[in-house]
Design a protein around this ligand. Structure first.
Ligand SMILES: *[C@@H]1O[C@H](CO)[C@@H](O)[C@H](O)[C@H]1NC(C)=O
Ligand SMILES: *[C@@H]1O[C@H](CO)[C@@H](O)[C@H](O)[C@H]1NC(C)=O
Ligand SMILES: *[C@@H]1O[C@H](CO)[C@@H](O)[C@H](O)[C@H]1NC(C)=O
Ligand SMILES: *[C@@H]1O[C@H](CO)[C@@H](O)[C@H](O)[C@H]1NC(C)=O
Ligand SMILES: *[C@@H]1O[C@H](CO)[C@@H](O)[C@H](O)[C@H]1NC(C)=O
Length: 404
């Protein structure tokens, strides 16, 4: 009897305890009364979003936060050692108003041992805050998107040797010193899209042996100096879309042994050198604009044996030269635009002998006249290829072999 009572008592205690912990939000001690602390997926998080213009006073707490968020708080400066009492792996200061001189040199004193992620996008920063971040030796991710940084000077991140991801999307970059990224041997993802870079220097990416993703789209690049990408042995994804490149040569892609994805869309290309892509043996995806390329030959796409997706933009000529795709044995997806209505269609002679048309999908837009009863489409359908696209007015069309 007593045993039963005791057990009942225990069960009740256990039940009420777990009920309490479920209902109670802030079991996490909070370093500041101006902030809210709680557990999210088992990790402590401190959020101070309603803070305006002044950093809260933080008191030492025996807790390492997974994330501290003081975004959009109209902060204009971070005084010395402002976070001395806070231990966190991620600090989100997005959307504050730091401007040109918002950080004290010692702004991040105290965060050295733990901070791995620092988010400073849309903070009106005009320069890389090198002296304040240099002490953050564990920093792996730095986000500087949407600021007004125009130059990255030499050794800007020299002491952040653990950096793996650096984002500078939509700044006003006009120059990156040849030695700006020195010491960043662990870098994996570099985001430099939507800036105003007219050129890169040969040594810009030197030593980034682990770089897998490089986004340079939306800049003003007119040419890529040979050797720019050399040593990027692990690069898989390269975006050069929407630049001002006119000529492609194999010297510019040299060294990109693992490259799988290249986007060159929206460049005013006039010249593709013979074998330009022959030095990228693993390429799977290639997108570019042929509209203004004056001379195309089978040499243009030579050795692209692994390419599965090829997007050639507006072809802007009646026909493509025979055997142009002669090496693209594994092509599955070909996209061709025809906005100027000069292109008369594809022919099987473009492809390798014994090509597997049954695996091919052709995308085309606009399709004029808008039906499947066009000689070249019938021929492709007969061989097993799918042809789909859009007619004028965005009406989709899909043509395939009728079986039976
Ligand atoms: C920041 O300042 C703007 C403009 O004064 C104001 O509208 C906004 O509410 C402020 N933000 C916070 C978190 O108080
Ligand atoms: C750190 O904590 C101490 C003790 O609570 C406090 O006096 C001090 O103002 C705090 N410093 C900061 C920068 O918040
Ligand atoms: C590069 O990546 C590999 C595999 O992810 C890792 O073992 C190596 O330590 C990295 N090298 C550097 C310099 O970080
Ligand atoms: C090709 O040249 C024409 C005329 O100069 C220009 O309007 C068009 O944008 C160019 N196309 C591409 C893809 O650069
Ligand atoms: C094939 O290309 C089209 C048009 O660019 C694209 O929308 C589609 O996702 C691609 N499919 C595959 C499997 O890559």
């Amino acid at each position: 009897m007593r045993m039963l009572l005791l057990r009942t008592f225990l069960v009740v205690v256990l039940l009420s305890d777990s009920a309490r912990s479920r209902g109670r939000k802030s079991r996490v001690p909070c370093a500041s009364r101006d902030c809210q602390c709680r557990k999210v997926k088992g990790k402590a998080r401190m959020t101070c979003v309603w803070v305006n213009r002044r950093l809260p006073v933080f008191h030492p707490r025996d807790v390492t936060y997974d994330r501290v968020n003081i975004a959009n708080a109209n902060l204009t400066r971070i005084p010395k050692a402002a976070f001395r009492n806070v231990s966190t792996t991620q600090l989100d200061l997005s959307g504050n108003l730091f401007g040109a001189s918002g950080f004290n040199r010692g702004a991040f004193v105290g965060l050295e041992a733990r901070l791995e992620v620092l988010l400073l996008p849309h903070c009106r920063l005009a320069t890389v805050p090198t002296s304040s971040i240099s002490r953050l030796r564990r920093l792996a991710t730095l986000n500087l998107d949407g600021n007004v940084i125009s130059v990255i000077p030499r050794n800007a991140f020299k002491r952040n040797r653990k950096l793996r991801e650096l984002r500078l999307f939509q700044n006003q970059l006009r120059n990156i010193d040849a030695k700006a990224f020195r010491g960043l041997a662990r870098m994996e993802r570099l985001q430099l899209a939507q800036n105003r870079l007219p050129a890169l220097w040969k040594g810009n990416f030197r030593g980034m042996r682990n770089l897998t993703t490089l986004d340079l789209s939306g800049n003003l690049l007119t040419r890529i100096v040979p050797g720019t990408f050399s040593g990027l042995n692990r690069l898989k994804w390269l975006d050069l879309a929407s630049n001002l490149l006119t000529s492609l040569t194999k010297r510019m892609f040299k060294g990109l042994k693992q490259l799988q994805y290249v986007n060159l869309d929206g460049n005013p290309l006039t010249h593709i050198g013979d074998g330009a892509f022959a030095v990228i043996p693993r390429l799977k995806y290639l997108s570019l604009d042929l509209a203004n390329v004056s001379r195309l030959s089978p040499g243009s796409f030579v050795r692209l044996a692994r390419v599965k997706t090829l997007i050639v933009g507006d072809v802007n000529r009646p026909a493509l030269p025979a055997r142009l795709f002669r090496d693209l044995r594994r092509l599955k997806n070909l996209s061709v635009l025809n906005h100027r209505s000069v292109f008369k269609g594809l022919t099987p002679e473009l492809f390798p002998a014994k090509f597997g048309f049954g695996r091919l999908s052709v995308w085309t837009a606009p399709l004029r006249p808008c039906n499947c009863d066009v000689a070249w489409i019938r021929e492709f359908n007969r061989r097993g290829a799918y042809v789909h696209g859009y007619c004028d007015g965005k009406r989709p069309i899909s043509c395939q072999k009728l079986t039976g």
